[in-house]
Design a protein around this ligand. Structure first.
Ligand SMILES: Cc1cc2nc3c(=O)[nH]c(=O)nc-3n(C[C@H](O)[C@H](O)[C@H](O)COP(=O)(O)OP(=O)(O)OC[C@H]3O[C@@H](n4cnc5c(N)ncnc54)[C@H](O)[C@@H]3O)c2cc1C
Length: 380
């Protein structure tokens, strides 16, 4: 049964097609340039859809390869697989997420933080990106790297506070890509290897839009004594119905086949504004997520939107719930609290593509990258 697309699902599909036709061929050569919000023709801007699985990473890769020769599209596919890699890496180390959300934000230097989030630091590019993030809910990848680096090494603010600021405002806010992206810039993801923003690099890759002064270009990586054991993944690839009610979260709305959902007595989608999160997301981000959910419900008309109180009632009336696995992050934490409070069993439906891929994500991306052909073969 094929799925008829509408609303943001149709828009996402069109945006991917347009990128594959027009932007993809020049992606590798031009992707590092941030020309500003009026010209994003050199990147895909698909992350707000991919992060909610309105576009499914694996389908994106397949469509890219169907349209282009592998050598033309290789870099783009690698970037798409970064998200899968980050998720898999975090799945092996849940304590990294737990430690991040346990950070005590009362320890943040208030004045400096306020200057950063209101764009009043006096560093031209940084102040611009702070406003751009809040006005457009997007930043170019290079700008995210520069911004995070200036936040940590020039302003001396904790990376956790920056990660939280991003999660508040990004449409594509994603527990794994964001937390690990910030850790990577700080130099604790790859121990001792940090990312230092340099004024000359910013000037070059913004086409001279900025000339920041007084950046700390000699800072040392953030030291972290903590190491994390690799936890085995729960290996079952049983993407099969177990209980009668299915819960869907807004960060995995992929609908390959409506038949999967039709097998349930009820399909519920949890409102994003009723999830208890580690950070309150901005109103525009909630509205964006609600728009995606409403479009999902148009495609899947039997799905009902519920809030956290309704979820509690449903959970209290059932022995178990099937869950479209939302990966480590706030949605999963919320569900675990419901489970622990009410004793309801959760049957986590992990997508077979993820389970297969995540096994390669124990170490660095370089190692993961070698297995991309295996993953693509698995998809055939
Ligand atoms: C500090 C920091 C925080 C970040 N936080 C997030 C986040 O919360 N959510 C998020 O989706 N991405 C995050 N990223 C990754 C990346 O910046 C964005 O995915 C990318 O900029 C999205 O824009 P695009 O769709 O135009 O990307 P393109 O350059 O067109 O890339 C194509 C797709 O590949 C994926 N991708 C590209 N680069 C990365 C990457 N480094 N990590 C993971 N996936 C990638 C995205 O799905 C993207 O849509 C972060 C990066 C850094 C350095």
């Amino acid at each position: 049964m094929s799925v008829l697309l509408s609303g943001p699902f149709a828009a996402a599909d069109k945006a991917l097609q347009a990128f594959l036709e027009q932007g993809a061929a020049g992606y590798e050569a031009h992707r590092n340039f941030d020309y500003g919000p009026d010209d994003r023709s050199n990147v895909s801007q698909l992350s707000k859809f991919i992060s909610h699985r309105v576009l499914f990473e694996y389908d994106v890769a397949k469509r890219a390869l169907a349209r282009h020769q592998p050598d033309v599209i290789d870099k783009f596919i690698q970037e798409v697989f970064w998200r899968i890699y980050w998720k898999g890496w975090l799945e092996h180390r849940p304590a990294v997420w737990a430690d991040y959300i346990a950070f005590d934000h009362d320890t943040i230097p208030t004045l400096c933080y306020q200057q950063a989030v209101t764009g009043k630091t006096g560093i031209d590019c940084f102040d611009y990106w702070s406003a751009e993030l809040q006005n457009t809910n997007y930043l170019h990848n290079h700008a995210r790297m520069w911004f995070a680096s200036i936040w940590i090494f020039t302003l001396g603010l904790p990376w956790q506070a920056g990660a939280r600021f991003f999660m508040q405002h990004l449409y594509d806010g994603d527990a794994a890509s964001n937390t690990l992206g910030w850790r990577w810039v700080a130099g604790i993801q790859t121990a001792g290897k940090h990312y230092l923003a340099r004024a000359s690099n910013i000037a070059q890759f913004t086409n001279g839009r900025f000339a920041p002064q007084n950046l700390n270009e000699t800072a040392l990586p953030i030291a972290s004594a903590k190491s994390y054991d690799i936890m085995p993944l729960d290996d079952h690839t049983n993407y099969q119905k177990k209980y009668n009610n299915l819960i869907v979260l807004e960060n995995d709305l992929y609908l390959k086949n409506k038949k999967v959902y039709a097998a349930y007595d009820a399909v519920y989608v949890l409102r994003p504004d009723s999830v208890v999160r580690s950070v309150d997301i901005a109103g525009e981000v909630t509205d964006f997520k609600m728009g995606l959910i409403l479009a999902f419900c148009e495609i899947c008309p039997d799905a009902q939107i519920i809030d956290a109180a309704e979820l509690q009632q449903i959970a209290a009336s059932q022995t178990g719930l099937d869950i479209v696995y939302p990966s480590i992050g706030d949605n999963l934490d919320h569900l675990y609290r419901v489970r622990d409070n009410l004793g309801v069993a959760l049957h986590l439906l992990k997508r077979p593509e993820d389970v297969f891929s995540w096994h390669y994500a124990k170490k660095g991306f370089f190692n993961f990258k070698k297995h991309i052909p295996d993953i693509l073969s698995f998809l055939r």
